[in-house]
Design a binder for this molecule. Structure first.
Ligand code: UD1
Length: 422
């Protein structure tokens, strides 16, 4: 196993390019199962989750060719498999995104139930309830969701919670259903809107993707698409916090600041100076950050995927902030590790009370999930002394070469073999 070592205390300066968004790339890759012909994707980030989705699609008979740079060609013309095996699904919950496309295209899908994960139980009942409404017959057999249907039938689906991947699965399934569907209380995330655009370019008739009402007229078949994946708003937000906690001057290029309004507002409230263009954001970190309260929520509210990173900045802010997590029940695993670096954080129910301290001190810490790892790296960048973050495989799921991007901004950070691992 590898670990990341950080010698903190250096202000970050310079420009960094945003990578393609993991949470847009994964559903678009899954959508290629719907197309009769090769889909060409550009700006696909080089991430472990993308490699897992590639392996999953290949196991279903999709031909995947990694082109030069960030390009990927996916051709499901000869795909025949419909079983997503436990070995792949257990390493990446987003594997469930193949359920809707497989069922719609082949009339049958068997997808291993993903099980719990570090940040909560994360059930998929809403995906299944929606597919049931579309006429699928669903059973659970030996740990697998088995779904069958001749041709799905359009339906009105109300989601009890605006699940992001649930909305995506249902959009993909309804695109090939007979008749019209309406998804109400849909997730409004920009990645859902982007999937709507891609499905539209494949020939689907979708309106309202990116709002809480999505209207879909089913079509007989979908064709291939050429698409460049949108920039990753969570990676961008993470670099902005890196600028804030190091009193740095960081510009993220090739991003979409309008997808980050809640994060940008909070960083301004915390005393950072932000300069915003159409496709770039520059942050100048203040000498001392100020406390700002945060409550996570569905888009456009503050993203749960930015909660852990923002907490690292509040750990060294002046004053006390309350960070409320409303999406996942157990997403405070980073708290105990930040405490090891000297942070003063108490968890009360679904809130963390963060009393800002003068400074953090480097310590050995352990990553527990993807965004927690980013939070610990940010803590390490801000801290005096050396921090080692072990179990770093979590970060490679969602950040492309994070240590290289940060060292190009002047951070003293590197990756090495973890002598403590077996
Ligand atoms: C997606 C994102 C993830 C992000 C999350 C919330 C991808 C690949 N992943 O995950 O990075 O943190 O949105 O923005 O896009 N729920 C149910 N039943 C369901 C589905 C969800 O109860 O069938 C609950 C979940 O437990 C959670 C909430 O709904 O409390 C939201 O989860 P959801 O939006 O589904 O998250 P994901 O789509 O898994």
């Amino acid at each position: 196993m590898e670990r990341i070592v950080i010698r903190g205390g250096t202000p970050l300066r310079g420009e960094v390019a945003a990578s393609g968004a993991k949470n847009a790339a994964l559903p678009i890759m899954a959508a290629s199962l719907l197309a009769e012909g090769p889909c060409r994707l550009a700006n696909v980030p080089g991430l472990r989750d993308v490699r897992t989705m590639t392996a999953l699609l290949e196991s279903l008979g999709v031909r995947v060719v990694r082109g030069p740079g960030e390009n990927l060609v996916l051709d499901a013309s000869e795909a025949t498999g419909y079983r997503a095996a436990y070995d792949l699904v257990r390493t990446m919950r987003a594997s469930v995104l193949v359920l809707g496309p497989l069922l719609a295209r082949f009339g049958e899908a068997q997808v291993s139930l993903p099980g719990g994960c570090a940040i909560g139980a994360r059930p998929i009942n809403l995906h299944l309830k929606g597919l049931d409404k579309l006429g699928a017959e669903i059973t659970i057999e030996e740990g697998y969701v088995c779904a069958r249907s001749r041709r799905l039938q359009g339906a009105r689906i109300y989601l009890d919670l605006p699940s992001v991947t649930g909305t995506m699965n249902l959009m993909m399934a309804a695109s090939l259903a007979r008749g019209s569907s309406l998804i109400e209380n849909a997730a409004c995330e920009p990645e859902v809107a982007e999937l709507g655009t891609v499905l539209g370019a494949m020939g689907a008739r979708i309106e309202g993707a990116g709002t809480d009402h999505i209207q879909i007229e089913g079509v007989e078949r979908l064709g291939p698409v050429d698409h460049s994946v949108m920039p990753d708003r969570i990676e961008t937000g993470t670099f902005l916090v890196a600028g804030a906690v190091t009193r740095g001057d960081v510009t993220v290029r090739g991003c979409r600041p309008k997808h980050l309004e809640a994060v940008i507002e909070k960083l301004i409230e915390a005393g950072a100076d932000l300069r915003i263009d159409d496709d770039a954001v520059r942050i100048l970190g203040p000498d001392k950050l100020r406390a700002a309260d945060v409550k996570t929520g569905g888009y456009p509210a503050f993203a749960t995927d930015m909660q852990a990173q923002f907490m690292a900045s509040m750990a060294i802010a002046e004053g006390t902030s309350v960070i409320a997590e409303t999406i996942f029940e157990n997403r405070f695993m980073h708290v105990a590790e930040l405490r090891r670096m000297g942070a003063d954080i108490r968890v009360q129910g679904n809130s963390a009370v963060v009393r800002g301290v003068k400074g953090l001190s480097g310590a050995p810490v352990m990553a527990t999930d993807l965004r927690a790892s980013a939070s610990l790296i940010l803590g390490g960048l801000a801290a005096e002394g050396q921090t080692t973050v072990s179990r770093i495989y979590h970060i490679d799921r969602g950040y492309e070469q994070i240590e290289n991007k940060l060292s190009a901004l002047g951070a003293r950070i590197w990756r090495e073999k973890d002598p403590g691992s077996l």
